[in-house]
Design a protein around this ligand. Structure first.
Ligand code: TXA
Ligand code: MG
Length: 338
């Protein structure tokens, strides 16, 4: 049975969230909002609770989970080695949409880290996540609260559609403000490496971490990653059941349009005039690119409900947050035209 709890996202009622925290303490699984996407959480030290997450999502066991904390003190039981050394970087980006990879302490279960010697940790800034994590009293391991392969959930409705009936509690905290999963930076190596682009842009991270290395697989145009460093990046993601054609090369757009005369087009608001006479789905505004990130996964979920053979999505200049948007679109697309 699933209990649905509704809270004010900005000023959540602690009494209500205590019930969800109690579920964590008792080894249950709870879906909760963060500023990026909804997470599906369990006590990271309770192995049977952690295994439930994998089973509910149908997630491969070698795809590790992110551990969520509300206070840097919690790093002591999770991270091996000198925490102070990375303190400044953490203080700049936490709480917020950045996950850091560290070497793990022996007591972090291998079920959480997919057998790796490293652990991913994030301190969310969403008020509901913060209160929920504090009341839970233990670090909470949580992947995105979607079925494996589906777009990450940015609204409680998405979580309900995927997981109602199989999780203990769903906390409805409204729409998640950023809409893309956290930026992942690996601090466990000789030099810092970007593993997943996200709401904190490469430009922002580089200001604080100038020697950040951007691996080839993030720069390639195709949707096939070369050699993904984050295990999860190896799987096809966010994929609608319908063919999704991503057009990066503008010169080939007319050709694609005539080949698929009835396909709806996902595009920014500023471009919708160009496709007069066709069904368009607005993904947000180019002049406010964060709206595109915010809407992206909702739009991808809508694709399957459209009465069409395939859907065309217009590629965007991969700058700032739109670099992260394009990373997700390439993984969602069944065909990339470049
Ligand atoms: O914004 C987010 O990060 C959301 C919210 C809920 O916090 N979580 C999320 O989790 O997106 P998930 O499981 O969907 O994605 C986590 C990614 C996966 O690609 C996984 O392979 C990678 O992080 N990851 C986890 N631990 C890792 C590690 N030790 N080394 C490298 N990659 C790791
Ligand atoms: Mg995920």
């Amino acid at each position: 049975m699933t209990t649905l709890i509704k809270v004010d996202p900005l000023n959540p009622n602690e009494g209500i969230l205590r019930k969800a925290a109690q579920t964590i303490k008792e080894g249950g699984v709870v879906a909760f909002p963060t500023e990026t996407v909804y997470g599906l959480g369990a006590d990271c030290f309770n192995i049977s609770a952690v295994l439930k997450i994998f089973q509910i999502k149908n997630r491969p066991a070698d795809n590790p989970l992110i551990i969520h904390i509300y206070d840097k003190k919690q790093l002591e039981e999770l991270v091996e080695g000198d925490i102070e050394q990375n303190s400044y970087v953490m203080d700049v980006f936490w709480p917020g949409p950045v996950t850091f990879i560290f070497r793990k302490k022996a007591n972090v279960p291998r079920e959480v880290t997919g057998g790796l010697e490293t652990v991913a940790i994030r301190m969310p800034s969403h008020p509901v996540a913060q209160v929920f994590l504090r009341l839970s009293g233990t670090p909470v391991a949580a992947p995105s609260a979607n079925l494996s392969g589906k777009p990450s959930p940015t609204r409680a409705e998405h979580v309900i559609a995927d997981l109602y009936g199989s999780v203990d509690v769903i906390i409805d905290g409204g729409e998640t403000p950023l809409g893309l999963e956290s930026t992942i930076v690996d601090l466990s190596r000789d030099y810092p490496v970007l593993l997943r682009p996200g709401p904190a842009t490469i430009e922002e991270i580089k200001k604080i971490v100038p020697n950040l290395y951007i691996p080839d697989f993030l720069l390639k145009k195709e949707n096939e990653p070369v050699k993904p460093l984050a295990p999860g990046m190896a799987y096809r993601h966010y994929a609608p059941d319908k063919p999704l054609i991503l057009v990066i090369n503008e010169k080939k757009l007319d050709e694609v349009l005539s080949k698929h005369p009835d396909s709806p087009i996902i595009c920014p608001e500023e471009m919708s005039d160009r496709f007069y006479g066709r069904k368009t789905i607005i993904m947000g505004k180019l002049r406010e690119p964060f709206t595109i990130a915010q809407n992206l996964f909702h739009v991808l979920r809508e694709v399957d409900s459209l009465n069409a053979e395939s859907v065309i999505v217009i590629g965007l200049e991969p700058q700032g947050i739109l670099f992260s948007v394009m990373n997700r679109l390439k993984k969602a697309a069944s065909e990339v035209i470049d």
